[in-house]
Ligand binder design. Structure first.
Ligand code: HSE
Length: 300
């Protein structure tokens, strides 16, 4: 038996929900082919699209690790499984590459065994898979990659995870500039403390975004997409970030911020046409600094 699954790229943080908000995008992602094999344990037979950078050893690979943990949870560690990983998304981009692999790892095992667990019950294994890549246990990329849509995580510990409603016309423009930022480095620049006024503004904006999504209030969504804590500290890692953001807002985006740990930048927009225009403006802003980039436009 052989199965083929796909887990999408994701935008984590969504400006105001550091480590607790994320959404999936349509287009880039990871494909995993899994088959039952002789012997026992998970083996990764090949990886494409990673430029040879990812480990083939299953315990060291986010997809392999997640698959092993789910087999353990199901009491089926004795099963022999082969995985082929096809990366169909940029690597080290702030689009949740390692999370998509981890999500695809559990999806592949679940599909191979005829869906023994609801996706939510496999989430912990997928988050453990991603944790081996960046050392932190956070589901803001893995949960939307596995479950789809826009996901709010009240607490990463215990995975108190909730799907939020998506207004019909909400689209994202995501631009990936070809510069490299390691998530670990982007986490290391962050100050461990915030001020009370920052907390008040950020929680106000997070609440505003959630209410805006529930009420399809695009203006409220736009007003709320202002990260006063993380973005000011990470913007310096992305060349020309403020120019790119201004270009998106001038082109009619509701809001614009860093995708995950960067370097990708996303804008939320009302309608595909505005997203296309805002995305092209962001892309142009990177190109004028001689930074090549890719644009993805997607409904949320
Ligand atoms: N929330 C994470 C961060 C996402 O911004 O560091 C990247 O893994």
């Amino acid at each position: 038996k052989e199965v083929r699954v796909f887990a999408p790229a994701t935008v984590a943080n969504v400006a105001v929900g550091f480590d607790i908000l994320g959404f999936a995008i349509d287009g880039p992602g990871d494909e995993v082919v899994a088959r039952l094999a002789e012997g026992s344990g998970v083996r990764i037979t090949s990886i494409s699209g990673d430029g040879g950078k990812l480990p083939l050893k299953a315990e060291k690979n986010t997809a392999g690790f997640a698959a092993i943990r789910l087999l353990e949870q199901l009491g089926k560690s004795g099963l022999g499984v082969e995985l082929e990983i096809h990366k169909k998304m940029p690597f080290g981009s702030g689009l949740g590459s390692s999370a998509a692999s981890a999500a695809a790892g559990v999806m592949a095992i679940n599909a191979l065994l005829d869906m023994p667990v609801p996706k939510m019950e496999s989430l912990h294994c997928a988050v453990l898979g991603e944790q081996i890549a960046d050392g932190a246990y956070h589901a803001d990329n893995v949960a939307p990659s596995l479950l789809g849509g826009i996901i709010f995580i009240r607490a990463n510990e215990g995975l108190d995870v909730h799907s939020l409603p998506i207004p019909d016309e909400l689209h994202a423009a995501v631009v990936y500039p070809h510069v490299s930022i390691l998530t670990k480095d982007a986490r290391d620049v962050l100050s461990p403390t915030t001020t009370l006024p920052q907390c008040i503004q950020q929680t106000g904006n997070l609440g505003g975004l959630v209410v805006g999504l529930y009420e399809s209030d695009y203006e409220l969504i736009g007003r709320s997409l202002q990260d006063v804590i993380i973005e000011p500290q990470r913007a310096q890692l992305i060349p020309g970030f403020s120019t790119v953001k201004s270009a998106a807002l001038e082109a009619g985006a509701l809001g614009c911020s860093i995708s995950g740990a960067g370097p990708s930048v996303f804008a939320l927009c009302k309608g595909r046409e505005v997203a296309q225009t805002a995305g092209a403006a962001m892309q142009q802003a990177f190109l004028t600094q001689d930074i090549p980039c890719d644009l993805f436009v997607s409904p949320i």
